[in-house]
Design a protein around this ligand. Structure first.
Ligand SMILES: NC(=O)c1ccc[n+]([C@@H]2O[C@H](COP(=O)([O-])OP(=O)(O)OC[C@H]3O[C@@H](n4cnc5c(N)ncnc54)[C@H](OP(=O)(O)O)[C@@H]3O)[C@@H](O)[C@H]2O)c1
Length: 353
């Protein structure tokens, strides 16, 4: 089968379209072989191509927690939409021919290939009204949002109505999904974006936008009522400054999905990285606790419940895919360039079929 792979870390020149791969085989009875029809491209693919997370992934490989023992060749791509080719003997919900969409846990080779292996807990039936390209734009950002908003943030369809929510960077893949989910659950949403993205985000459900290029975001936030929940995809030095705009009640939460975990492992090694992570997490928690606020980090994780809720919201037309650009499979390096150059307005997807 054809697969875009790297044989060492680096820039786009490391990407090769290899035709020598065998179609992956089902080795675990819970696994499902999927013919990939479309897959999205995310900033994580660019970072993995550059070597992000390599230290911890190698530890997992040595412990047998990753399906392939060797680091290379490595295939990127964390989500897909496609058709089930074969199911392991424990699989109950999916059969060959089913149209599915889903994600790949960190232990798996990626979806930027003609076939991939996933499992029941990582996938759902594709909503019928969506094309494979539209469906592929959803799962990775949906489940990262689920991890931040529901698992860490404790927000649900039943407790979000009327809550004031700040979504930083509303115009990207994460933000365009977050705004729609939180609006479907009844939140009042303020978001930061470049001016040209404002109209699109208001249409997706944001109530108010702050143009971070023309306005001083902290000054503008200071003029607004405080928030029950802040989602921050960008993190960094500025990130936790936003927590000052949380309401002073016990459950107000700031959640960053740009934690330093993997970078600390890459920069300092496994043990010193672990110590640094514990220190960073402790500092953040203490800073928040001092003011009675909760500061959390969240990362993407497969979630059956998250995918079910997402599928229901897609089927009831409360969430719509926001596909900005589609590239042919053969042109994948251009899709990576597009993501790397920034300024996304929704999602970039590659199309195999
Ligand atoms: N922890 C995890 O598992 C996980 C998973 C997925 C994503 N993430 C994090 O989430 C980030 C965003 O992901 P994504 O998929 O949404 O990326 P994306 O699609 O590339 O979007 C990023 C968006 O942010 C906007 N932006 C840049 N700087 C900004 C600023 N200072 N204020 C407001 N908006 C700004 C960009 O547009 P303009 O530059 O034109 O304004 C772009 O629309 C990733 O970089 C990563 O850090 C984490």
């Amino acid at each position: 089968m054809l697969a875009w792979q790297i044989h060492s870390y680096g820039g786009n020149d490391q990407l090769t379209l290899s035709a020598t791969n065998r179609i992956p085989m089902i080795k675990n009875p819970n696994d499902i072989l999927v013919e990939v029809h479309a897959a999205s491209v995310n900033p994580i693919d660019i970072r993995m191509r550059d070597g992000y997370g390599q230290k911890i992934l190698n530890v997992m490989r040595n412990q047998g927690l990753i399906n392939t023992r060797s680091e290379f060749p490595l295939t990127m791509g964390r989500d897909f939409s496609g058709i089930v080719v074969e199911s392991g003997r424990n699989v109950k919900k999916f059969k060959p021919g089913d149209e599915v969409y889903g994600v790949l846990g960190a232990q798996r080779q990626g979806s930027h290939a003609e076939y991939t292996i996933s499992s029941e807990r990582e996938m759902a039936h594709k909503p019928n009204h969506l094309s494979h390209v539209e469906a592929a734009s959803i799962p990775y950002v949906a489940l990262t949002n689920w991890s931040a908003i529901n698992t860490a943030g404790r927000l649900t369809a039943n407790n979000t109505t009327g809550k004031r929510i700040l979504v930083i960077a509303g115009s990207g893949g994460i933000g365009t999904f977050a705004i729609q989910l939180l609006k479907a659950w009844g939140g009042e949403i303020v978001t930061t974006c470049s001016g040209d993205a404002s109209e699109q985000l208001l249409q997706l459900g944001a109530d108010y936008t702050i143009d971070y290029k023309q306005q001083d975001v902290l000054t503008e936030l200071n003029k607004l009522p405080r928030f029950d929940f802040i989602l921050d995809p960008l993190g960094g030095d500025k990130g936790e400054q936003y927590s000052q705009f949380l309401k002073s009640w016990q459950n107000a939460k700031y959640v960053s999905i740009a934690p330093p975990f993997l970078k600390n492992f890459d920069n300092y090694g496994i043990l010193p990285g672990l110590v640094k992570n514990i220190g960073d997490l402790g500092c953040s928690a203490l800073k928040g606790a001092k003011d009675g606020k909760i500061i959390r980090w969240a990362v993407f994780a497969p979630s059956k419940q998250g995918l079910k809720t997402t599928t229901d919201l897609l089927n009831s037309r409360q969430i719509h895919p926001v596909v900005e650009k589609v590239f042919e499979f053969e042109d994948l390096p251009s899709a990576y360039e597009k993501i790397e150059s920034g300024h996304s307005r929704g999602k970039t997807v590659i199309k195999m079929k």
